[in-house]
Design a binder for this molecule. Structure first.
Ligand SMILES: NC(=O)c1ccc[n+]([C@@H]2O[C@H](COP(=O)([O-])OP(=O)(O)OC[C@H]3O[C@@H](n4cnc5c(N)ncnc54)[C@H](O)[C@@H]3O)[C@@H](O)[C@H]2O)c1
Ligand SMILES: O=C(O)[C@H](O)COP(=O)(O)O
Length: 595
């Protein structure tokens, strides 16, 4: 880490006890959640004046216990199956809205509310149906219920697994059609078969546990899950290729992210064992649905059981849904009486709490930064989150992301620099790109702990004037392999370091290579043999598809030796362009990272 001549390393206790930014301030006030006028403070969150009883619109069926909680505090309007126009008309009379995944809460809804809507509660995990940017712009808090439907989703995965393997749905339809086709519907046994659980998080680990009870051999792929957690329930974590090439059954439990979008595609279906069976209760977008139809027709995939689809509901004439080797359910993973009661209570408590102005642990878009400290710290909190995002995207696998070391170099006295917010932002950056969890200042330490993530902090005290709060921040992930080997330091840790320059976060180090690229847009890191013309070659590939390069630097060990080129891009390059960059003869490895 670059430090000035004299420096001292100091270990910080975690969480920091020197919360100078937040000390003596009630949290809701520190976070700008107290009675703010929406017009004056359009990006902050408002709470209701306690004079009037608020109105809560529930637009999809919610469990009775949750409704009762809401009714104790508010007027509750349960109006299901509203058209988009009806929703927009009603919303101007409502302080809160509670939805599941069936209601599209788009920008029109926030605009139509004319500032009255203060909270949107999602009775479930995924907030794909809520326009978060529009919510934040309109000062509307979004909360979700992230835990209560985990077991229900896992049980539905198992239901699909067993129903598919014994043709229950097809045989049922056949009997109801008056037939008796005992030879046609011979199934396959589960005992002794290999199930690969793709995504070993909350739902995936519950599926694994249950499948072991069915006598299956369970393996899992999850580059970020700690191997010891998997081992504790007798599951081996394996690479992606090993999982898909050895599985008899593949069950998908990863979130839909840029990295997992269409992760089951033609190329990967071709690597699978002939006759593999696929279960998806995660998100439709993780499968290339057209490629799945091709793989079924080619006999690679024997059967698929799907609860989720890229477009929901899928088109009536969808080849996939109509395929005789596919069974489908209409996104029923969370639909048990028990889960819906649990989710209803979880969301009702969160919405009522938010309307009362309490800080919500399940807030999806709560401001992480108290308005009062924004001026000085804004670029540093952005830097912290982006370093977390970069570090985790560089991880390829290993024993999972378990140990993260953060090193702050600062000339400020330890008492004058509270790292709680920075640590929370790094945690947010580390967790959000790989999970369905949203991290805020309230839940950051808890969420890290729950995922088995240990974050230690160290301080390097620099000589000199403490004008800026921080000189640099370094994030290191231990015991993992990297997608970009050059990001691994000599000590074997995935390492990124950055600093703020002219108010803008910059990446200044990757592994042992010094670089200098502003952390805006996205980033391509390329390791090559240092030689003339490289910048031109990469630049022209990007230029051909109108991808704007915002920044480019080369860090090298010595002239004509190995170098790392960091290229900031405003737009996402196509897969083809990235492939062409990888094919340039001097390029030894490269990676594309979203910030
Ligand atoms: N069908 C339903 O009704 C229903 C209900 C609940 C959850 N879900 C969905 O199930 C999925 C899992 O939910 P969860 O609560 O277990 O989330 P989670 O965040 O607890 O777990 C997701 C896991 O996926 C892992 N992961 C991330 N990227 C990966 C990759 N490239 N390859 C392999 N693993 C990767 C993460 O490390 C994490 O451990 C989500 O998509 C969620 O939306 C669906
Ligand atoms: O994201 C979720 O919680 C699940 O996909 C369930 O969605 P649902 O509440 O619409 O059933």
């Amino acid at each position: 880490m670059a430090a000035s001549a004299a420096s001292t390393t100091l270990k910080l206790s975690s969480p920091s006890t020197t919360a100078s930014w937040l000390r003596h301030r009630p949290l809701h006030a520190a976070f700008g959640l107290s009675n703010l006028s929406l017009r004056d403070q359009p990006r902050r969150f408002v709470v209701l004046s306690m004079d009037a009883k608020p109105t809560i619109l529930v637009s999809e069926k919610l469990g009775e216990a949750g409704l009762n909680l809401l009714k104790e505090f508010a007027n509750v309007d349960c109006s299901y199956n509203l058209s988009p126009e009806e929703l927009c008309t009603k919303i101007s009379l409502c302080d809160a809205l509670i939805v599941r995944s069936g209601t599209k809460v788009n920008r029109d809804v926030f605009e139509s509310s004319a500032g009255r809507l203060k909270v949107v509660g999602r009775a479930g995990v995924g907030i794909d149906n809520v326009d978060l940017a529009a919510a934040t712009e309109h000062g509307c808090l979004v909360v979700n219920a992230p835990t209560a439907n985990t077991v229900a989703a896992a049980e539905h995965g198992i239901a699909l697994l067993t129903a598919m393997s014994r043709n229950v749905a097809q045989a049922d339809a056949s009997v109801k059609a008056g037939k008796w086709e005992r030879n046609k519907y011979v199934g396959v046994s589960l005992v002794g078969k290999t199930l690969a659980v793709m995504g070993f998080g909350k739902v995936g680990s519950e599926v694994a546990r249950r499948a072991k009870g069915l006598g299956m051999h369970v393996i899992a792929h999850d580059p970020y899950a700690p191997a010891d957690r998997a081992r504790a329930i007798g599951v081996a974590l394996v690479s992606f290729d090993e999982a898909i090439s050895t599985a008899d059954f593949l069950s998908l439990h990863m979130p839909l992210t840029a990295a997992t979008s269409k992760i089951l595609n033609d190329e990967n279906f071709a690597k699978m064992k002939k006759g593999v069976r696929i279960i998806n209760v995660a998100r439709g977008g993780v499968i290339d649905e057209e490629a799945l139809v091709r793989a079924i027709d080619a006999g690679i995939v024997a059967q698929a059981a799907l609860d989720v689809f890229t477009v929901e509901p899928p088109p009536k004439d969808s080849k996939l849904v109509q395929h005789e080797n596919v069974i489908a359910t209409p996104h029923l993973g969370a639909s048990t009486m028990e889960a819906q009661e649990g989710v209803a209570i979880e969301i009702a408590e969160a919405v009522v709490g938010a309307l009362k102005g309490e800080l919500a642990a399940t807030a999806v878009n709560a401001p992480m930064v108290p308005a009062q400290v924004l001026t000085e710290l804004k670029p540093y909190v952005a830097l912290a989150e982006k370093l977390g995002r970069l570090a985790v995207q560089l991880v390829a696998g290993g024993s999972g992301v378990k140990t993260v070391k953060v090193t702050y170099a600062s000339a400020r006295a330890p008492d004058d620099l509270d790292t709680r917010l920075l640590r929370a932002m790094i945690t947010k950056g580390l967790i959000e790109p790989i999970s369905s969890v949203f991290v805020n200042l309230v839940n950051a330490d808890f969420t890290a702990k729950q995922r088995g993530l240990r974050i230690t902090e160290e301080r390097i005290i620099l000589d000199g004037s403490p004008e800026s709060p921080l000189e640099s921040v370094q994030v290191q992930i231990a015991n993992v392999e990297s997608k970009f080997a050059s990001a691994t330091s000599d000590a074997g840790e995935v390492t990124v370091e950055g600093r703020v320059k002219d108010g803008i976060p910059h990446l200044t180090k990757v592994g042992s290579f010094e670089v200098d690229v502003s952390l805006e847009g996205s980033l391509i890191l390329c390791r090559q043999v240092d030689q003339p013309g490289m910048i031109g070659k990469v630049g022209s590939i990007l230029g051909q598809e109108n991808v704007n390069v915002s920044f480019m630097t080369v860090g090298r060990i010595a002239p004509r030796k190995q170098a790392v080129m960091a290229i900031g891009v405003d737009e996402e390059p196509s897969k083809q362009s990235l492939k062409r960059i990888g094919e340039i003869s001097a390029v030894e490895e490269f990676v594309y990272l979203k910030l």
